[in-house]
Ligand binder design. Structure first.
Ligand code: AMP
Length: 403
Protein backbone atom coordinates (compact mmCIF):
# COMPACT_ATOMS: atom_id res chain seq x y z
CA UNK A 1 0.00 0.00 0.00
CA UNK A 2 1.33 3.45 -0.94
CA UNK A 3 1.93 5.68 2.08
CA UNK A 4 -0.84 8.15 1.26
CA UNK A 5 -3.29 5.56 -0.08
CA UNK A 6 -6.53 6.25 1.75
CA UNK A 7 -9.24 5.33 -0.75
CA UNK A 8 -11.35 2.19 -0.57
CA UNK A 9 -13.66 0.93 -3.32
CA UNK A 10 -16.62 -0.97 -1.85
CA UNK A 11 -18.27 -3.52 -4.14
CA UNK A 12 -21.61 -5.19 -3.48
CA UNK A 13 -22.08 -7.73 -6.27
CA UNK A 14 -25.52 -9.23 -6.70
CA UNK A 15 -26.62 -11.82 -9.24
CA UNK A 16 -27.45 -9.20 -11.89
CA UNK A 17 -26.18 -6.00 -10.31
CA UNK A 18 -23.12 -4.32 -8.86
CA UNK A 19 -23.41 -1.46 -6.38
CA UNK A 20 -20.26 0.47 -5.62
CA UNK A 21 -18.92 3.38 -3.64
CA UNK A 22 -15.48 4.93 -3.59
CA UNK A 23 -14.66 6.40 -0.18
CA UNK A 24 -11.73 8.38 1.13
CA UNK A 25 -10.93 7.07 4.60
CA UNK A 26 -8.85 10.15 5.42
CA UNK A 27 -12.17 11.87 6.20
CA UNK A 28 -14.83 9.22 5.45
CA UNK A 29 -16.07 11.20 2.45
CA UNK A 30 -17.69 9.59 -0.60
CA UNK A 31 -15.94 10.34 -3.88
CA UNK A 32 -18.26 8.40 -6.18
CA UNK A 33 -21.29 6.13 -5.95
CA UNK A 34 -23.01 4.04 -8.56
CA UNK A 35 -24.96 1.04 -9.66
CA UNK A 36 -24.91 -1.33 -12.60
CA UNK A 37 -28.17 -3.22 -12.97
CA UNK A 38 -29.71 -5.83 -15.26
CA UNK A 39 -26.27 -7.29 -16.09
CA UNK A 40 -26.61 -9.91 -18.83
CA UNK A 41 -29.75 -8.35 -20.29
CA UNK A 42 -30.17 -6.10 -23.33
CA UNK A 43 -31.36 -3.26 -21.09
CA UNK A 44 -28.39 -3.05 -18.68
CA UNK A 45 -27.95 0.33 -17.05
CA UNK A 46 -25.04 2.04 -15.32
CA UNK A 47 -25.67 5.11 -13.17
CA UNK A 48 -22.54 6.80 -11.87
CA UNK A 49 -22.41 9.86 -9.61
CA UNK A 50 -19.03 11.57 -9.06
CA UNK A 51 -19.58 13.22 -5.67
CA UNK A 52 -16.07 14.66 -5.68
CA UNK A 53 -16.85 16.35 -9.01
CA UNK A 54 -20.03 18.01 -10.27
CA UNK A 55 -22.28 15.48 -8.52
CA UNK A 56 -24.30 15.03 -11.70
CA UNK A 57 -25.33 11.41 -12.35
CA UNK A 58 -24.19 9.98 -15.68
CA UNK A 59 -26.29 7.15 -17.10
CA UNK A 60 -25.49 4.58 -19.76
CA UNK A 61 -28.01 2.15 -21.14
CA UNK A 62 -27.26 -0.84 -23.34
CA UNK A 63 -26.13 -4.42 -22.96
CA UNK A 64 -23.48 -5.20 -20.33
CA UNK A 65 -22.78 -8.90 -20.82
CA UNK A 66 -21.35 -9.96 -17.46
CA UNK A 67 -19.73 -8.84 -14.21
CA UNK A 68 -16.36 -8.40 -15.90
CA UNK A 69 -17.85 -5.99 -18.44
CA UNK A 70 -19.72 -4.24 -15.62
CA UNK A 71 -16.60 -3.68 -13.54
CA UNK A 72 -14.67 -2.49 -16.58
CA UNK A 73 -17.44 0.03 -17.29
CA UNK A 74 -17.31 1.19 -13.66
CA UNK A 75 -13.51 1.47 -13.86
CA UNK A 76 -13.84 3.63 -17.00
CA UNK A 77 -16.33 5.94 -15.25
CA UNK A 78 -14.01 6.31 -12.28
CA UNK A 79 -11.08 6.94 -14.64
CA UNK A 80 -13.01 9.74 -16.34
CA UNK A 81 -13.26 11.46 -12.93
CA UNK A 82 -9.54 11.04 -12.22
CA UNK A 83 -10.40 8.31 -9.68
CA UNK A 84 -9.16 5.32 -11.72
CA UNK A 85 -8.52 1.88 -10.24
CA UNK A 86 -4.81 2.33 -11.11
CA UNK A 87 -4.55 5.33 -8.78
CA UNK A 88 -1.82 4.95 -6.13
CA UNK A 89 -4.32 6.44 -3.69
CA UNK A 90 -6.49 3.32 -3.86
CA UNK A 91 -5.63 1.27 -0.76
CA UNK A 92 -7.96 -1.69 -1.20
CA UNK A 93 -11.22 -3.06 -2.55
CA UNK A 94 -13.76 -4.16 0.07
CA UNK A 95 -16.27 -6.80 -1.01
CA UNK A 96 -19.58 -7.47 0.68
CA UNK A 97 -19.83 -11.26 1.06
CA UNK A 98 -23.16 -12.54 2.34
CA UNK A 99 -22.20 -15.87 3.91
CA UNK A 100 -18.97 -16.44 5.82
CA UNK A 101 -20.15 -19.54 7.71
CA UNK A 102 -18.45 -20.14 11.05
CA UNK A 103 -14.96 -19.71 9.68
CA UNK A 104 -15.02 -15.97 9.03
CA UNK A 105 -15.73 -13.92 12.13
CA UNK A 106 -13.81 -10.86 10.91
CA UNK A 107 -12.92 -9.08 7.67
CA UNK A 108 -10.38 -11.13 5.76
CA UNK A 109 -7.82 -10.37 3.05
CA UNK A 110 -8.77 -12.54 0.09
CA UNK A 111 -6.29 -15.08 -1.25
CA UNK A 112 -6.93 -18.30 -3.18
CA UNK A 113 -7.64 -20.28 0.00
CA UNK A 114 -10.15 -17.71 1.26
CA UNK A 115 -11.88 -17.68 -2.11
CA UNK A 116 -12.10 -21.48 -2.02
CA UNK A 117 -13.68 -21.35 1.44
CA UNK A 118 -16.26 -18.79 0.25
CA UNK A 119 -17.02 -21.19 -2.61
CA UNK A 120 -17.44 -24.06 -0.15
CA UNK A 121 -20.26 -22.04 1.43
CA UNK A 122 -22.30 -21.79 -1.78
CA UNK A 123 -24.65 -24.65 -0.73
CA UNK A 124 -25.79 -22.61 2.31
CA UNK A 125 -26.04 -19.31 0.35
CA UNK A 126 -26.92 -20.33 -3.21
CA UNK A 127 -28.61 -17.02 -4.01
CA UNK A 128 -25.84 -14.75 -2.79
CA UNK A 129 -22.31 -16.17 -2.56
CA UNK A 130 -21.93 -17.03 -6.29
CA UNK A 131 -22.46 -13.38 -7.27
CA UNK A 132 -20.07 -12.20 -4.55
CA UNK A 133 -17.45 -14.67 -5.84
CA UNK A 134 -17.85 -13.41 -9.41
CA UNK A 135 -17.32 -9.84 -8.18
CA UNK A 136 -14.18 -10.84 -6.29
CA UNK A 137 -12.69 -12.77 -9.22
CA UNK A 138 -13.33 -9.91 -11.61
CA UNK A 139 -11.85 -7.28 -9.29
CA UNK A 140 -8.79 -9.45 -8.61
CA UNK A 141 -8.21 -9.83 -12.35
CA UNK A 142 -8.39 -6.06 -12.81
CA UNK A 143 -6.02 -5.24 -9.93
CA UNK A 144 -4.15 -8.43 -8.89
CA UNK A 145 -1.64 -6.45 -6.83
CA UNK A 146 -4.23 -4.66 -4.69
CA UNK A 147 -5.45 -6.02 -1.33
CA UNK A 148 -9.02 -7.26 -1.68
CA UNK A 149 -10.95 -7.74 1.54
CA UNK A 150 -14.09 -9.78 2.20
CA UNK A 151 -16.49 -8.31 4.77
CA UNK A 152 -19.09 -10.89 5.75
CA UNK A 153 -22.77 -10.28 6.57
CA UNK A 154 -22.60 -13.18 9.01
CA UNK A 155 -19.43 -12.14 10.87
CA UNK A 156 -21.07 -9.95 13.55
CA UNK A 157 -23.31 -12.85 14.54
CA UNK A 158 -20.52 -15.39 15.14
CA UNK A 159 -20.52 -14.30 18.81
CA UNK A 160 -23.98 -15.83 19.29
CA UNK A 161 -23.86 -18.46 22.03
CA UNK A 162 -24.52 -22.06 21.00
CA UNK A 163 -27.92 -22.07 22.73
CA UNK A 164 -29.04 -19.24 20.41
CA UNK A 165 -27.31 -20.48 17.25
CA UNK A 166 -28.32 -24.15 17.30
CA UNK A 167 -31.63 -25.47 16.07
CA UNK A 168 -33.16 -28.16 18.26
CA UNK A 169 -32.65 -30.90 15.67
CA UNK A 170 -30.47 -34.02 15.61
CA UNK A 171 -26.93 -32.79 16.26
CA UNK A 172 -25.19 -35.23 13.91
CA UNK A 173 -27.45 -34.28 10.98
CA UNK A 174 -27.07 -30.58 11.75
CA UNK A 175 -23.28 -30.80 11.97
CA UNK A 176 -22.92 -32.94 8.85
CA UNK A 177 -24.73 -30.29 6.79
CA UNK A 178 -23.62 -27.18 8.72
CA UNK A 179 -27.20 -26.44 9.67
CA UNK A 180 -27.36 -23.71 12.31
CA UNK A 181 -28.41 -20.09 12.66
CA UNK A 182 -25.84 -17.78 11.05
CA UNK A 183 -27.75 -14.48 10.84
CA UNK A 184 -27.36 -11.79 8.17
CA UNK A 185 -27.27 -7.97 7.80
CA UNK A 186 -24.40 -8.20 10.33
CA UNK A 187 -22.55 -5.20 8.91
CA UNK A 188 -25.64 -3.08 9.49
CA UNK A 189 -26.34 -4.49 12.98
CA UNK A 190 -22.71 -3.82 13.97
CA UNK A 191 -22.74 -0.25 12.64
CA UNK A 192 -26.17 0.67 14.03
CA UNK A 193 -25.58 -0.82 17.49
CA UNK A 194 -22.33 1.16 17.77
CA UNK A 195 -24.02 4.37 16.60
CA UNK A 196 -26.85 3.81 19.08
CA UNK A 197 -24.31 3.59 21.91
CA UNK A 198 -22.67 6.81 20.67
CA UNK A 199 -26.07 8.54 20.60
CA UNK A 200 -26.45 7.66 24.29
CA UNK A 201 -22.92 8.98 24.95
CA UNK A 202 -21.76 5.50 25.97
CA UNK A 203 -19.18 2.96 24.89
CA UNK A 204 -20.72 -0.03 23.04
CA UNK A 205 -19.49 -2.30 25.87
CA UNK A 206 -21.79 -0.47 28.30
CA UNK A 207 -25.11 -0.84 26.51
CA UNK A 208 -27.63 -3.46 25.44
CA UNK A 209 -29.36 -2.68 22.15
CA UNK A 210 -32.15 -4.26 20.10
CA UNK A 211 -31.48 -3.41 16.43
CA UNK A 212 -34.41 -3.61 14.02
CA UNK A 213 -33.09 -3.59 10.44
CA UNK A 214 -36.31 -3.16 8.47
CA UNK A 215 -35.66 -2.96 4.73
CA UNK A 216 -37.04 -5.11 1.96
CA UNK A 217 -35.21 -7.87 3.85
CA UNK A 218 -35.65 -7.46 7.61
CA UNK A 219 -33.92 -8.76 10.71
CA UNK A 220 -33.70 -8.07 14.43
CA UNK A 221 -30.72 -8.58 16.68
CA UNK A 222 -30.01 -8.51 20.40
CA UNK A 223 -26.64 -6.89 21.07
CA UNK A 224 -25.21 -7.10 24.60
CA UNK A 225 -22.21 -4.89 25.32
CA UNK A 226 -21.30 -4.68 21.63
CA UNK A 227 -21.62 -8.44 20.97
CA UNK A 228 -24.49 -10.07 19.12
CA UNK A 229 -26.23 -12.63 21.35
CA UNK A 230 -29.21 -13.44 19.12
CA UNK A 231 -30.58 -12.55 15.71
CA UNK A 232 -33.75 -13.39 13.80
CA UNK A 233 -32.35 -14.70 10.49
CA UNK A 234 -31.05 -18.24 10.51
CA UNK A 235 -29.41 -20.71 8.13
CA UNK A 236 -30.63 -18.40 5.37
CA UNK A 237 -32.19 -14.91 5.34
CA UNK A 238 -35.68 -16.48 5.31
CA UNK A 239 -36.22 -16.87 9.06
CA UNK A 240 -37.58 -14.28 11.46
CA UNK A 241 -39.50 -11.10 10.72
CA UNK A 242 -42.14 -10.63 8.04
CA UNK A 243 -40.29 -9.10 5.07
CA UNK A 244 -41.11 -7.52 1.72
CA UNK A 245 -41.35 -10.87 -0.09
CA UNK A 246 -40.20 -13.45 2.52
CA UNK A 247 -42.44 -15.17 5.04
CA UNK A 248 -40.08 -15.10 8.01
CA UNK A 249 -40.98 -17.65 10.73
CA UNK A 250 -43.43 -20.39 9.80
CA UNK A 251 -44.04 -23.91 11.07
CA UNK A 252 -41.58 -26.03 9.02
CA UNK A 253 -44.41 -28.53 8.54
CA UNK A 254 -45.98 -26.02 6.13
CA UNK A 255 -43.26 -27.16 3.70
CA UNK A 256 -44.26 -30.86 4.04
CA UNK A 257 -47.90 -29.88 3.65
CA UNK A 258 -47.22 -27.92 0.47
CA UNK A 259 -45.32 -30.92 -0.91
CA UNK A 260 -47.69 -33.68 0.11
CA UNK A 261 -51.04 -31.96 -0.12
CA UNK A 262 -50.54 -29.08 -2.58
CA UNK A 263 -48.16 -31.11 -4.78
CA UNK A 264 -45.57 -28.34 -5.04
CA UNK A 265 -41.92 -29.22 -5.66
CA UNK A 266 -39.00 -27.88 -3.64
CA UNK A 267 -38.14 -25.07 -6.06
CA UNK A 268 -41.73 -23.85 -6.15
CA UNK A 269 -41.92 -23.83 -2.34
CA UNK A 270 -38.57 -22.01 -2.16
CA UNK A 271 -39.90 -19.38 -4.54
CA UNK A 272 -43.21 -19.12 -2.67
CA UNK A 273 -41.54 -18.50 0.69
CA UNK A 274 -38.71 -16.26 -0.55
CA UNK A 275 -40.35 -14.28 -3.35
CA UNK A 276 -44.14 -14.49 -3.06
CA UNK A 277 -44.71 -14.28 0.69
CA UNK A 278 -44.27 -11.60 3.36
CA UNK A 279 -46.01 -8.31 2.61
CA UNK A 280 -46.29 -9.00 -1.13
CA UNK A 281 -47.92 -12.38 -0.46
CA UNK A 282 -50.31 -10.89 2.07
CA UNK A 283 -51.48 -7.85 0.14
CA UNK A 284 -49.77 -7.70 -3.27
CA UNK A 285 -47.41 -4.83 -2.33
CA UNK A 286 -44.03 -4.96 -0.64
CA UNK A 287 -43.39 -1.23 -0.49
CA UNK A 288 -44.40 0.16 2.89
CA UNK A 289 -45.24 3.56 1.31
CA UNK A 290 -47.83 1.93 -0.94
CA UNK A 291 -49.20 -0.18 1.92
CA UNK A 292 -49.68 2.91 4.10
CA UNK A 293 -51.37 4.74 1.21
CA UNK A 294 -53.78 1.83 0.75
CA UNK A 295 -54.52 1.70 4.49
CA UNK A 296 -55.34 5.42 4.42
CA UNK A 297 -57.86 4.65 1.68
CA UNK A 298 -59.48 1.95 3.83
CA UNK A 299 -57.96 -1.15 2.18
CA UNK A 300 -58.47 -4.07 4.57
CA UNK A 301 -55.94 -6.45 3.02
CA UNK A 302 -53.22 -3.83 3.34
CA UNK A 303 -54.28 -3.18 6.95
CA UNK A 304 -54.09 -6.88 7.83
CA UNK A 305 -50.66 -7.22 6.17
CA UNK A 306 -49.45 -4.24 8.24
CA UNK A 307 -50.86 -5.74 11.45
CA UNK A 308 -49.18 -9.12 10.79
CA UNK A 309 -45.87 -7.32 10.12
CA UNK A 310 -46.16 -5.33 13.37
CA UNK A 311 -47.28 -8.33 15.45
CA UNK A 312 -44.12 -10.27 14.45
CA UNK A 313 -41.95 -7.25 15.17
CA UNK A 314 -43.44 -6.89 18.65
CA UNK A 315 -42.85 -10.58 19.39
CA UNK A 316 -39.15 -10.15 18.60
CA UNK A 317 -38.87 -6.96 20.67
CA UNK A 318 -40.40 -8.86 23.59
CA UNK A 319 -38.22 -11.92 23.06
CA UNK A 320 -35.01 -9.89 22.85
CA UNK A 321 -35.96 -7.87 25.91
CA UNK A 322 -36.13 -11.19 27.76
CA UNK A 323 -32.85 -12.41 26.21
CA UNK A 324 -30.99 -9.20 27.13
CA UNK A 325 -32.56 -8.74 30.59
CA UNK A 326 -31.94 -5.00 30.42
CA UNK A 327 -32.48 -2.97 27.25
CA UNK A 328 -30.90 0.48 26.91
CA UNK A 329 -31.98 1.22 23.35
CA UNK A 330 -34.17 0.01 20.52
CA UNK A 331 -32.75 1.20 17.18
CA UNK A 332 -34.79 1.33 13.96
CA UNK A 333 -32.87 1.29 10.69
CA UNK A 334 -32.99 0.60 6.89
CA UNK A 335 -35.65 1.73 4.37
CA UNK A 336 -38.74 1.04 6.49
CA UNK A 337 -37.12 1.59 9.90
CA UNK A 338 -35.66 4.97 8.89
CA UNK A 339 -38.65 6.29 6.97
CA UNK A 340 -41.90 4.72 8.14
CA UNK A 341 -42.98 6.57 11.30
CA UNK A 342 -46.25 4.55 11.54
CA UNK A 343 -44.25 1.29 11.70
CA UNK A 344 -42.12 2.63 14.55
CA UNK A 345 -45.14 3.96 16.43
CA UNK A 346 -47.12 0.73 16.04
CA UNK A 347 -44.20 -1.55 16.95
CA UNK A 348 -43.59 0.28 20.24
CA UNK A 349 -47.26 1.00 21.10
CA UNK A 350 -48.34 -0.72 24.30
CA UNK A 351 -44.81 -1.51 25.47
CA UNK A 352 -44.79 1.12 28.26
CA UNK A 353 -44.53 -1.64 30.90
CA UNK A 354 -41.23 -2.59 29.23
CA UNK A 355 -40.04 1.02 29.51
CA UNK A 356 -40.56 1.75 25.82
CA UNK A 357 -42.50 4.64 24.30
CA UNK A 358 -42.44 6.84 21.20
CA UNK A 359 -43.03 10.60 21.20
CA UNK A 360 -45.34 11.41 18.27
CA UNK A 361 -43.66 14.75 17.45
CA UNK A 362 -40.13 13.37 17.58
CA UNK A 363 -41.23 10.35 15.54
CA UNK A 364 -42.58 12.63 12.80
CA UNK A 365 -39.23 14.41 12.31
CA UNK A 366 -37.46 13.45 9.07
CA UNK A 367 -33.67 13.69 9.21
CA UNK A 368 -30.55 11.91 7.97
CA UNK A 369 -28.92 11.98 11.40
CA UNK A 370 -29.24 9.43 14.23
CA UNK A 371 -31.98 10.68 16.56
CA UNK A 372 -34.03 9.77 19.62
CA UNK A 373 -37.79 9.40 19.23
CA UNK A 374 -38.62 8.35 22.81
CA UNK A 375 -39.96 10.81 25.40
CA UNK A 376 -37.57 11.86 28.17
CA UNK A 377 -39.40 9.82 30.83
CA UNK A 378 -38.96 6.52 28.97
CA UNK A 379 -36.48 4.08 30.54
CA UNK A 380 -35.45 2.69 27.14
CA UNK A 381 -34.15 5.00 24.41
CA UNK A 382 -35.94 4.44 21.10
CA UNK A 383 -33.81 5.71 18.21
CA UNK A 384 -33.73 6.03 14.43
CA UNK A 385 -30.20 5.30 13.19
CA UNK A 386 -29.62 5.50 9.42
CA UNK A 387 -27.52 2.51 8.47
CA UNK A 388 -24.42 2.82 6.30
CA UNK A 389 -23.18 -0.62 5.29
CA UNK A 390 -20.77 0.77 2.68
CA UNK A 391 -19.04 3.03 5.22
CA UNK A 392 -18.80 0.10 7.66
CA UNK A 393 -17.32 -2.16 4.94
CA UNK A 394 -14.85 0.58 3.94
CA UNK A 395 -13.83 1.17 7.57
CA UNK A 396 -13.33 -2.52 8.27
CA UNK A 397 -11.40 -2.95 5.00
CA UNK A 398 -9.17 0.06 5.64
CA UNK A 399 -8.51 -0.90 9.27
CA UNK A 400 -7.32 -4.33 8.10
CA UNK A 401 -5.03 -3.18 5.27
CA UNK A 402 -3.53 -0.23 7.14
CA UNK A 403 -2.85 -2.19 10.35
P1 AMP B 1 -34.00 -1.17 1.92
O1 AMP B 1 -34.06 -2.64 1.60
O2 AMP B 1 -33.34 -0.86 3.22
O3 AMP B 1 -33.48 -0.33 0.77
O4 AMP B 1 -35.53 -0.71 2.11
C1 AMP B 1 -36.43 -0.69 1.04
C2 AMP B 1 -37.84 -0.56 1.56
O5 AMP B 1 -37.96 0.61 2.39
C3 AMP B 1 -38.89 -0.32 0.47
O6 AMP B 1 -39.34 -1.55 -0.06
C4 AMP B 1 -40.00 0.38 1.22
O7 AMP B 1 -40.88 -0.60 1.78
C5 AMP B 1 -39.30 1.06 2.38
N1 AMP B 1 -39.30 2.53 2.29
C6 AMP B 1 -38.44 3.31 1.63
N2 AMP B 1 -38.76 4.61 1.76
C7 AMP B 1 -39.88 4.65 2.52
C8 AMP B 1 -40.73 5.70 3.02
N3 AMP B 1 -40.48 6.99 2.77
N4 AMP B 1 -41.78 5.34 3.79
C9 AMP B 1 -42.03 4.04 4.05
N5 AMP B 1 -41.28 3.02 3.62
C10 AMP B 1 -40.22 3.32 2.86
Amino acid sequence: MTANASRVLVLNSGSSSVKYQLLDMADGSRLAVGLVERIGEATSRLAHTPLSGDGVTREQEGPIADHEAALKAVAAELQADGLGLDSPQLAAIGHRVVHGGLKFSAPTVIDDAVLQEIERLVPVAPLHNPANITGIRTARALRPDLPQVAVFDTAFHTTMPEHAARYAIDVATADAHRIRRYGFHGTSHAYVSRRAAALLGKDPSEVNVIVLHLGNGASASAVAGGRCVDTSMGLTPLEGLVMGTRSGDIDPAVVFHLKRVAGMDTDAIDELLNKKSGLVGLCGDNDMREIRRRIDEGDERAALAFDIYIHRLKKYIGAYTAVLGRVDAVAFTAGVGENAAPVRAAAIAGLEEMGMAVDADLNAVRADEPRLISPEYARVAVAVIPTDEELEIAQQTYALVSA
